[in-house]
Ligand binder design. Sequence first.
Ligand code: ATP
Ligand code: MG
Length: 272
Amino acid sequence: MNGAVLSDLSIRVAEKRYPGAVEPAIAGLAFDLPARQFCCIVGPSGCGKTSLLNILAGLDRAARAEVRFADGSTPAATPIGYMFQTPRLLPWRTVRDNVRVVLDAAAVAAGRAERLLDEMGLGACLDIYPGQLSGGMQRRVALARAFAIEPRLLLLDEPFVSLDQPVAEHLRGMLLDLWQRHPTTVLFVTHDLREAIQLGDRIVFLSRAPSRVILDVTVDLPRPRHAEGSEVDDFRRSLLARHRELLAGVAESVAGEVGATPDPSSMESQLC
Ligand SMILES: Nc1ncnc2c1ncn2[C@@H]1O[C@H](COP(=O)(O)OP(=O)(O)OP(=O)(O)O)[C@@H](O)[C@H]1O
Ligand SMILES: [Mg+2]
């Protein structure tokens, strides 16, 4: 929980173990989310981030987990938007139909797919196919689809990974605009600490598997924030300085920046 803000979603994963695995992927992971918070999740590769999102989306019924909204509803009974780690657009459907596929008849008739695609700058691409779009444009369609159901919870699994920096930066701006126009609770998985600080109200850091929360940080910087701006960089340096050893094993980018051997005298140069 963050400060005195009321929780809207309680997440308790006692254990997630895949069949045949020696160790659980997740064990004793717990945190709460206030309504409309933008929360980033940062953790090492293979620690269980996607497994966690699958549990939250109600796609994994085998995990020992309890996920509940404040009114008692479960993920299965709640509109949850999910942008998967691998793009899952239907190649045989047009851009418009890739969004319409998640909507009911009333929302289709009201033109919700077209409106969201237009907000994502894709108003001229409604009737073409995903294969005709660039990687960045495909992510925009996937984002429009994730927002289309008016989700109470939006799960984004490394949505901008492997894009060129200017394209990723443009998409981060579009995501924040969408979130401000259509407020919802967001869980955004990333390996990129700068991206997490630029976007999040909060960053939850996960340990290596079996995964649990090892650090929970509020990002109290005013918006809008700029990726290359000094506020984001100062926040990052101060975070790394305060939690150097804890974060060294968490995200590859952080481990590289922090360095393996603790040496406070050289810390500043390593963190630059
Ligand atoms: N379907 C599966 N069957 C068996 N093991 C799995 C399955 N999916 C994931 N795992 C294992 O569970 C652990 C957590 O995987 P998960 O994909 O959730 O990690 P992640 O944090 O999302 O990784 P990445 O950063 O690479 O996306 C890993 O050890 C992975 O190999
Ligand atoms: Mg993953």
